[in-house]
Design a protein around this ligand. Structure first.
Ligand code: F0G
Length: 464
């Protein structure tokens, strides 16, 4: 049966297309056309799938259950396990590091902190390079191999770069990364060095790097792997499949994600929409996106929308006011001009979710709380718990609702931040040379202790 279903997937994948999401255009293009935006109108592209499970939904679920125990590399990967819903033929040269398969944790302290009865954290930081980017990169690099690219490239705040570098190394492609000089964490940069990427540190910010990427994408030997690339989104949407699989196909009330360039929220929205249209779930969870206050163009736009009219997706505005000098210590989401804002906004509106911003202090404290649950994450991921706390206080999330937050990066991605928070030295540069201190509300600094048993016991006693 596995064999038969794979053949069916192959036949159907050939019918998938790339479609422009701008409703007045709707341009349709083949899967193997090397394009990132609509060649007709410049609008964002999306893969449109027409998959219908030949043996029915129950058989498809069973197939995915069986694969979870298989030794085939494509089944071990938490992305390719769901390949019926991906735009690749079964014979594709899958480039995998066995991404996905990330844990879903109960977080009791965080739940209490947010005012909820329960809260679950889906930890995408447990991917091979320590961030959610791997689930998209496995698809983008597989597509690069299919297209015969020599070099793969991305602009990055650090995680996309590390992921691209690793997957390119696996596929024996040259990797090039454009990063804003001095603005990405040492740990992320170290990963890219180790995986052998050509690292271009540019004067400017992430948005400047992203503008250059759009120019470099014209080169026929270079393949762009930013989330503007619809194949990246295809890989990343599988987190919705894996999550629902873990939850026994019971839909949570809310899914909450951080927002930067908006690829992740777009991908999750697409994943859930596909599950709904296939009939694998019976409703959409409300998708909410949380930005850092100093880098929150989409939260600002959302706050200005007429909330009654907002449910009408066709009324999505054409333009957004970008943030020229984004500021946040959550460097992963220090982005003022997100490329996928339209897709993300559409997904949030369709599901009746929210887009809000949280302060640096709220992010820092939420991050420490996630740490206290024994889970840990990088600062950008903690916007979720900070945002949920505000949404509960504002009545948009009810105390007894079922909520899942997606943590996007590993705690070791930014150890300096962690250490400064706990030592009480964390501060945000205001851009004018002034520093705004972030207090370590849940500080846990190391202390010097005399090397004796009694001194150690006294220290323990003091902290009980
Ligand atoms: N969390 C982490 C840890 C990230 O690295 C990013 C984005 C986001 C959240 C936001 O996700 O962009 O899909 O909305 N990092 C990108 C990078 C920009 O280059 O690594 P998004």
């Amino acid at each position: 049966m596995v064999e038969k279903s794979a053949k069916a997937a192959e036949a159907v994948a050939a019918k998938d297309v790339q479609r422009c999401i701008v409703s007045s255009c709707g341009g349709v293009f083949g899967l193997r056309e090397r394009i990132y935006v609509c060649p007709r109108c410049g609008g964002p592209l999306e893969i449109e799938s027409r998959y219908e499970p030949p043996g029915g939904l129950a058989a498809l679920r069973r197939l995915w259950d069986v694969r979870a125990g298989s030794r085939d590399p494509r089944d071990i990967s938490g992305v390719w396990r769901y390949r019926e819903l991906l735009p690749f033929e079964d014979s594709a040269p899958f480039v995998t590091l066995f991404e996905g398969n990330t844990p879903l944790y109960d977080a009791w302290r965080c739940a209490e902190y947010c005012g909820l009865l329960g809260l679950r954290l889906k930890h995408q930081g447990c991917n091979p390079t320590g961030s959610f980017k791997d689930t998209g990169m496995t698809a983008a690099i597989t597509q690069a191999v299919l297209l015969g690219a020599r070099t793969v490239i991305c602009a990055s705040t650090g995680n996309t770069a590390a992921s691209l570098a690793a997957y390119a190394a696996r596929a024996d492609l040259q990797a090039a990364i454009l990063v804003p000089h001095g603005q990405i964490t040492a740990a992320k940069l170290a990963q890219s060095m180790d995986y052998g990427a050509v690292i271009c540190e540019l004067d400017g910010n992430f948005d400047d790097c992203m503008r250059l990427i759009q120019e470099l994408g014209d080169d026929p030997e270079i393949y762009v792997a930013n989330s503007i690339n619809p194949f990246r989104i295809e890989g990343q949407k599988t987190v919705a499949f894996e999550l629902m699989h873990q939850l026994g196909w019971n839909v949570p009330d809310h899914i909450v994600v951080p927002g930067g360039n908006m690829g992740n929220s777009s991908a999750l929205g697409k994943g859930f929409a596909e599950l709904l249209s296939l009939g694998l779930i019976d409703r959409l969870p409300k998708l909410s996106v949380i930005q850092a206050e100093g880098s929150a163009p989409l939260a600002a736009l959302f706050a200005g929308l007429d909330q009654n009219a907002a449910a009408d997706v066709s009324k999505i505005p054409d333009t957004i006011r970008m943030v020229d000098n984004p500021r946040t210590l959550a460097t992963a989401i220090k982005i003022g001009s997100p490329v996928s804002w339209q897709k993300a906004l559409r997904a949030v509106l369709r599901s009746h979710g929210q887009i809000i911003a949280v302060s640096e202090q709220e992010i820092a404290d939420a991050k420490a709380m996630i740490g206290r649950d024994g889970i840990g994450c990088e600062p950008a991921s903690a916007t979720t718990v900070a945002g949920i706390r505000n949404l509960v206080a504002g009545g948009q999330i009810q105390r007894d609702e079922n909520v899942v937050a997606v943590l996007t990066g590993h705690v070791l991605k930014d150890p300096d931040y962690v250490s400064q928070y706990h030592r009480g030295t964390l501060a945000l540069d205001s851009g004018t040379g002034n520093k705004t201190p972030i207090s370590g509300s849940f500080r846990n600094a190391p202390e010097r202790v005399a090397p004796t048993k009694s001194a150690i016991l006294q220290s323990l006693e003091r902290r009980r």
